[in-house]
Design a binder for this molecule. Structure first.
Ligand code: FES
Length: 217
């Protein structure tokens, strides 16, 4: 079974043959990130461990440096669901749910006036299309667009997969983008809500561990 286990003051142990790649946020015409581009696949086995302290010399894998660095990886995130945390922004054809606590500062929501503004104008086909694209590109799953007619979330079709992201515009290593509903278990053995997309901290600086809070800049 595919799973990510958070280790106390140590790495993420990934099990179940989960594919891993390096993906970068590429800048578009807006001079903001607009496209996710896969750069390479990593060779992995059935199980592997990914750094969450930010000190490894072999990213994205753990090389044991967390011990010498006395990494404090205490988990500070709650176990509330996205629905419990999200605020709803209403538009004519779409609603946008926004759980700000998960923000990984990927900035795909910035172009063309922003996803919130585009949602308000979602009776315009171009605005609706861009709002959906931007919400689906929100790696952290902070933003989720909902179809007004069906009331259902519009989600990208992800298979279980992890992308170690990078943000060249900010010259920063980004979070681990966990896709396709891989269960994440805390060091205490409790499961976080299983979601189609979430981002995990890999710099060690997040104040919402194990999730990314954009603190890698
Ligand atoms: S968690 Fe092991 S080196 Fe970072």
């Amino acid at each position: 079974m595919k799973k990510i286990k958070v280790c106390k003051d140590g790495p993420y142990i990934v099990s179940g043959n989960v594919p891993l790649d390096k993906t970068i946020a590429e800048i578009g015409e807006s001079d903001e990130p607009e496209f996710w581009v896969k750069k390479e696949d990593y060779k992995t086995g059935e199980n592997y461990s990914l750094c969450r302290c930010g000190h490894t010399k072999n990213p994205p894998f753990c090389d044991g440096s967390h011990t010498a660095k006395k990494f404090n990886g205490t988990e500070t995130a709650g176990f509330e669901t996205f629905e419990e945390l999200a605020k709803t922004y209403k538009g004519p054809d779409l609603d946008l749910k926004d759980a700000e606590v998960f923000c990984a500062s990927a900035r795909f929501c910035h172009p063309k006036g922003g996803t919130w503004h585009l949602t308000k104008k979602s009776n315009d086909p171009d605005s609706k299309k861009t709002a959906i694209e931007q919400a689906c590109n929100c790696s952290a799953g902070r933003l989720v667009a909902y179809d007004k007619k069906t009331g259902k979330p519009i989600e990208p079709d992800f298979k279980p997969h992890i992308s170690a992201t990078e943000d060249p515009q900010e010259d920063a290593i980004g979070p681990l983008w966990v896709k396709g509903g891989i269960p994440i278990e805390s060091a205490d053995g409790k499961l976080y809500e299983v979601r189609n997309r979430v981002t995990l901290c890999r710099c060690g600086k997040s104040r919402n561990k194990p999730f990314c809070d954009g603190g890698h800049f």
